[in-house]
Design a protein around this ligand. Structure first.
Ligand code: SF4
Length: 694
């Protein structure tokens, strides 16, 4: 029997894991968190939760947390604990020295999709106003940056179109490159409920995920495509819709540019886009594609949900645009039950993008070359902002290797473990003169750091997170920061040390500044959030109660834009040496690189990553279930144990990436999305062979 103390008070806050953004009551006894109880009035979760939000909070008090700032001259030196004041002064002096020596653009920053909107806003402000350049990027670079680009092009705004409630009106759901049962469990449950009520399901995924067939739920169609062929499949579906006369022409004439539609329709109607023609390289039988296309076009309200299996490809942005095309050609935009719905991985990946974390965009997705937008911030901040886009994360690393980029401030992000081509990331970090890591733990990136600034958990701060449905949820401080300061306070102190006159007394004042400068947040304030519970942006005079569904009367860009989506095969090819294709994903109990969940009791549910391999491929290689195997690609190799299953098709292998020993990114290539540089994590040619273990 485990004796749990009785709570003395509770505070409502928001889960710090996935993009569903569940609300919880943190039940406290003094400074001790007794338990997390899903909040029945939570507008994103309505009293539901998963094992991560419910149980995986122990990392906040884990012994591995670093609570004092540390400095070292060289990365081979031991760490030396210093006072906060010494750390701030040291970072300020180093960044100024580097800029004096190598130029204004030789430093930059990375924001975190795990931190609050207010903290992210401050990091991009520090870079733009303090460093004087636009060298700021976010970890969304490696996940949903193609969503930002693709939806921005097609609809005019870089966000999902619906609220989660919308699923209750869906008749046909398409899931492509996502596994909501594991990745977004509370939304996955709502979707399954709708499916049990009779809605139809189409799954486009190389792997037979749980939702394809589970108790009382069976997909009408599972299209098990070869990894890397999303664009071909989606364009083939469009081909069937157009050539069989299933397009919603009334919607298109009213809401889209008709001449662009005609051009696109003639493109997709080309015979080489037919399911019969694409079958040879997608691996999906033509009759399945035709059946799925007819169901989606004629089955009533059609909604498309997608995840990183769409974006993390060399054609990630093209795939997002192909999804937008399908929604428009069937008229599935602008009402409940339909829409284009990116399932965001991290709790605040939507927010970090909203807050101007990209090197080409100021808060609210406004390009740095836009004079009026720059002027708004210049007047308020009292600085001149560069109209030139800055460096993306991969460009920063390239420039570091080339010797022109020398200093970086990384908040809440472990680029050495999460970014592709680990050797190149390490080389870039090693070439810098001042790497500042601001995090909870000495993560892998900290091996290359000169300064470590202790971070705070979501339990130790006030702020807001924005979930996958654009819902701005309050994060409320439930305990005193173990390290002494919330992350926004640390960034402010750094800015002050660099000579900037920042005097925010509370994150609510940062949100007031965001609202004053960003039209889609114009009415957002902590008082308003208290009154409304939460709001979905845009929240302004035109939409005072927020916007659960976007593009209701017209697209943000005016007319919806059909864009040709030509399939281009990835440069990553299989061959005799590397005959299998590796793709990756997550498991329910763990989160991303596992920095948090591995430091909780959730680790008992998933103590290691294993390689899923089809029985046929395993037998050919003499591999039995649970054997150690060597997984090798052109980039590198690693060792893990096998899991033999027909969830994956012959020729495809799959692993999760929650444990650092898996070293998944030693295997992945440096190919990336043509528009955004989002890495192609989801397609790697590999060989698998028996091994004696690590
Ligand atoms: Fe909700 Fe996601 Fe947190 Fe689970 S991980 S409790 S689904 S926000």
């Amino acid at each position: 029997v485990i004796e749990i103390g009785q709570p003395e008070h509770s505070v409502v806050t928001t889960c710090a894991y996935c993009g569903v953004g569940c609300s919880f009551k943190a039940e406290m006894r003094g400074e001790e968190l007794v338990r997390m109880v899903p909040w029945k009035d939570g507008q994103a979760n309505r009293g539901h939760s998963c094992v991560k939000g419910r149980f995986a909070y122990g990392y906040s008090t884990h012994k591995d947390r670093i609570l004092n700032p540390m400095i070292r001259e060289k990365i081979s030196d031991p760490w030396r604990e210093v006072t906060w004041e010494e750390a701030y002064a040291h970072v300020a002096a180093e960044f100024r020295r580097i800029q004096y020596q190598y130029g204004r653009d030789s430093v930059g920053g990375i924001t975190s999709s795990r931190c609050t909107n207010e903290e992210t806003y401050l990091v991009q402000k520090l870079v733009r106003a303090g460093f004087g350049n636009n060298n700021v990027d976010t970890c969304a670079r490696v996940c949903h940056s193609p969503t930002g680009y693709g939806l921005g092009q097609a609809f005019g705004t870089s966000a999902g179109t619906q609220n989660f409630d919308s699923v209750e009106f869906t008749d046909v759901a398409v899931i492509i490159g996502a596994n909501p049962t594991d990745g977004h469990p509370v939304f996955g449950s709502r979707l399954k409920k709708r499916l049990r009520e009779g809605a139809k399901l189409i799954v486009i995924d190389p792997r037979r995920t749980d939702i394809v067939r589970s108790p009382h739920v069976e997909a009408s169609y599972h299209l098990p495509l070869k990894p890397g062929t999303n664009v071909a499949i989606l364009t083939s579906i469009a081909h069937v819709i157009v050539t069989e006369g299933l397009a919603n022409e009334a919607f298109i004439r009213e809401r889209c540019d008709w001449s662009e539609y005609e051009d696109w329709a003639s493109f997709v109607a080309e015979p080489y886009h037919s399911p019969e023609a694409t079958e040879a390289y997608t691996g999906v039988p033509a009759d399945l594609v035709r059946g799925a296309a007819r169901l989606f076009a004629t089955g009533g309200n059609g909604a498309i949900y997608y995840g990183l299996g769409v974006t993390e490809h060399s054609q990630g942005s093209t795939t997002v645009m192909a999804i937008a095309n399908l929604a428009m050609v069937t008229g599935n935009i602008g009402r409940p039950g339909v829409g284009v719905n990116p399932l965001r991985g991290q709790n605040n990946v939507q927010g970090s993008c909203d807050m101007g974390s990209f090197p080409h965009e100021l808060p609210g997705y406004r390009h740095v070359s836009d004079d009026a937008t720059r002027e708004t911030f210049e007047k308020l901040w009292g600085v001149e902002i560069s109209s030139e886009p800055g460096l993306r994360i991969p460009n920063m690393l390239d420039a570091a290797v080339d010797g022109t980029f020398k200093g970086i401030y990384i908040q809440g992000e472990d680029i050495l473990q999460s970014d592709p081509d680990t050797k190149h990331v390490a080389a870039g970090l090693a070439a810098m003169e001042c790497v500042v890591v601001h995090d909870l733990f000495l993560n892998e990136t900290a091996n290359y750091a000169h300064v470590f600034l202790p971070g705070s958990t979501f339990l130790e701060k006030d702020g807001t997170f924005t979930n996958a449905e654009r819902r701005i949820n309050r994060v409320r401080k439930v305990m005193t920061p173990k390290n002494g300061y919330a992350d926004w306070e640390v960034t402010q102190k750094l800015a002050q040390a660099m000579g900037m006159n920042w005097n925010y007394r509370h994150p609510s004042e940062i949100m007031d500044e965001i609202a004053a400068t960003t039209p889609s947040f114009a009415l957002v304030s902590y008082d308003y959030l208290e009154k409304m519970g939460s709001v979905q942006w845009p929240c302004n005079e035109k939409h005072p109660e927020g916007s659960p569904i976007m593009h209701v009367d017209g697209f943000v860009r005016g007319k919806g834009k059909f864009i040709r989506t030509e399939y281009v095969a990835t440069d990553e090819r299989t061959g005799p040496r590397f005959p299998l294709l590796l793709t990756t994903g997550r498991i329910l109990s763990q989160y991303n690189v596992g920095a948090q969940t591995r430091r909780t009791d959730n680790v008992v549910w998933h103590a290691e990553d294993r390689l899923e391999i089809h029985p046929h491929d395993a037998e050919q290689r003499g591999i039995r279930d649970g054997d150690w195997i060597r997984l090798a690609s052109r980039a590198g190799e690693t060792t893990l144990r096998s899991l033999i299953t027909d969830r994956v098709a012959p020729g495809v292998v799959y692993t999760t990436f929650h444990h650092p020993t898996t070293q998944a990114n030693v295997i992945t290539t440096d190919f990336s999305d043509w528009a955004t540089n989002c890495p192609e994590y989801k397609v790697t040619a590999v060989q698998v062979m028996p091994s004696n273990g690590p």
